[in-house]
Structures are given as C-alpha cells and as structure tokens.
Design a protein around this ligand. Structure first.
Ligand code: FES
Ligand SMILES: [Fe+2]
Length: 345
C-alpha cells in the first residue's frame, strides 16, 4: 500500500534542531537530527544490537550514541564505536535515508538507494514572491489510511457538506466536475458561476457581490495535493482566463506522509496573491484552515473505522471519478516497484 520510491515529508524544518526526533514513515522508524553544520540527517531508528530506538540515546557531536550499550553511529549509519570491543562488523549499521530541506520542510527519500532525484520534489511557484503571502499550519496526526486523505484532496463535492460552516455553501451542490490525468497526477476541477461566497472567504475579498469560483483539486501521487482557488467578480471572464485585478488567488499545498496502515501525518500551507505582508491575515487564514481541516479529520477518522469494520462492499458514484483514477494509477506504480524484500538497506 506504500509507494517507496518517493520523497515524503518527515518534519517541518523548524521541528528538528540539535536533538533526536523520532518519526515513523511508511511503517519504518526514522530518527532525525541536525549536524553541527546545520544539515539534517535521517537514520533508521533501531539499533542493530537490541533494536532500541536510537532516538532514546544521545547526540554526541555528529554521532548518535545508543542509550542501551553505547554503540555509536555516524551520519551514514555506520557503527564507529563499540565500547569494550575492537572489531566492528560491517553488519553493525543502520539504514541512512537521503534528506533534503526545501520549502521549510524536511523531505526524506524512502525508496531504492541511489535512485533519488531532488528535481522530483514539488515546485512551489510564488513561494519566494514578495507579492504573495504565505501561512503555514502545524503538522496534524490523523488516524486514517493515507489514501482516504488523498481521496478527500481530489474531491470537491464534499466541501458543501463537510465544510458547510467554513469553505463551502449550497451554491456548489451538484455542479459537475471535470476529471483528467497528467503524468502521475489526477486533477478534478469545476467552475461555480455567479455564486454567493462561503463565509470563509468573505473577510479577504477585494470586491463585493457574486463571484465565479474555480475549484482545482490536484493530487500528485503518491500523496501531495495542490488545491487552487480562483475567485473573481461574476462575469469578469475568469473561466476564459481573464484575471480581474481584484481576484482572490490562493494555492493550498497539502502533503500526506503515511505512518502506518491506520495513520498518517498531514503538512500544509497556503500561498496567496493578497495582503502579502499582513501577518494578521496569515494568522487568520491558518486558524480558518485549521478549523476546516479538523472537519475533514473528524470525517476521515470515522470513514477509516467504518471501512475497516465494514461487512459489505462500498458503492461507487460518479463523484468518485478522481479517487478511482488515483487508486488505479497508484496500483500501477506499486506494481512497478521492486518488492521490499529485494531492497538494499
Ligand atoms: S541496543 Fe543499542 S547498544 Fe545495545
Ligand atoms: Fe475538506
């Protein structure tokens, strides 16, 4: 169920300093820390002697010392010191993972050693553009299969129901979506024309009256999503590509890291074309999105346990076109991966 040949987020960059931080990614225990030069390290979090998590040990300069019998490991995962023993077997090592710091996040390559390419990490247009603002949320732990999260992130139809107190309202109910695939992405989108705006958006609008609104839900396999909102004055030509100067443009970036079959960790931030330097706007957006995403969490955790305990098959609807394509693409990519037993550590 986990695609290994991919970059996954292990932490916000600010969560890892000169201390040992444990994470589980794709069922594998990982310990993170920073070397004295500031660069980040990711190692298997299990001492090869008795499998004590190395994160329960201590950091000694750039080495980790195991908290049980003092074995020491360098940042390549090699054991360099066994107290009371001269000979160190080559088996005395832990796996080391490539790690890259980008977009204030720590990305870890969980796949085949040597096949990583940092160009595969997502590009974020406008991230460093001073005309665009940014707001970041805290990482959220969610007790559900990560695939239910990606289903949700390619499904605009839930917004009118799950988020009726925040992101959605009745104006979008039943409006059909277009679904397409591009490389390893599935995109579901629709224009909602001449609509009343949901209360969530009203404080940020630079125009009044009805709006034309684009919902663009894009999941890039295995588990990154870009959700774009374009909200423009009704009839100003936005669906034909005309961007009215008062338009609200907001790109929401969402990254889901599988933890186990029953849990995942969710990282997110938004970039926007208005009030770029206004910290109060950034905080209010973070707070508003937190509320909305907690609405998703409640539903997805209940869906997870509902499906896990179900005694009948799920039914399939037209609104599932995005998630059905996602599942098909993911299964194809999974079938092309080398089996885990054949992987080198
Ligand atoms: S368990 Fe790590 S040194 Fe024994
Ligand atoms: Fe949602």
């Amino acid at each position: 169920m986990f695609l290994h040949n991919a970059w996954y987020i292990a932490a916000w960059a600010s969560e890892v300093e000169r201390q040992l931080v444990h994470r589980t990614l794709l069922g594998e225990p990982v310990v993170l820390y920073r070397k004295r030069d500031g660069s980040a390290v990711a190692l298997e979090d299990a001492c090869p002697h008795r499998k004590l998590p190395l994160s329960m040990g201590i950091l000694k300069d750039d080495l980790i010392q195991c908290g049980y019998h003092g074995l020491e490991f360098d940042c390549s995962g090699r054991c360099v010191n066994i107290p009371g023993q001269e000979k160190i077997s080559p088996d005395a090592r832990v796996k080391s993972y490539p790690v890259v710091e980008r977009w204030n996040l720590l990305w870890v390559w969980m796949g085949e050693a040597g096949s990583e390419n940092t160009d595969d990490i997502i590009e974020i247009p406008h991230y460093t553009d001073s005309h665009w603002g940014i707001n970041r949320g805290p990482a959220m732990s969610i007790d559900c299969d990560y695939r239910y999260m990606t289903d949700n992130l390619v499904d605009p139809s839930h917004v009118s129901y799950v988020h009726k107190s925040s992101l959605g309202n009745e104006d979008s109910i039943g409006i059909p979506v277009k679904t397409r695939e591009e490389d390893n992405s599935v995109i579901v989108s629709r224009w909602i024309l001449n609509a009343e705006l949901a209360p969530f958006f009203q404080p940020y609008m630079k125009f009044s009256g009805k709006a034309d609104r684009l919902q663009h839900y894009e999941v890039r396999l295995p588990s990154s999503a870009v959700i774009k909102d374009v909200i423009a004055p009704a009839g100003s030509g936005a669906p034909e590509g005309k961007i009215h100067p008062d338009s609200f443009l907001l790109d929401s970036y969402n990254f889901v890291t599988p933890v186990s079959a029953d849990s995942c960790r969710y990282y997110w931030f938004q970039v926007r074309n208005f009030d770029a330097q206004d910290k109060a706007v950034s905080s209010s957006l973070t707070e508003a999105f937190m509320t909305a995403f907690n609405e998703d969490v409640q539903v997805l955790e209940a869906v997870h346990s509902g499906i896990k305990n179900s005694r009948s098959e799920l039914i399939h609807l037209q609104i599932d076109s995005g998630s059905a394509r996602l599942r098909r693409l993911l299964n194809k990519m999974l079938s092309q991966e080398q089996p885990i037993g054949d992987r080198q550590s």
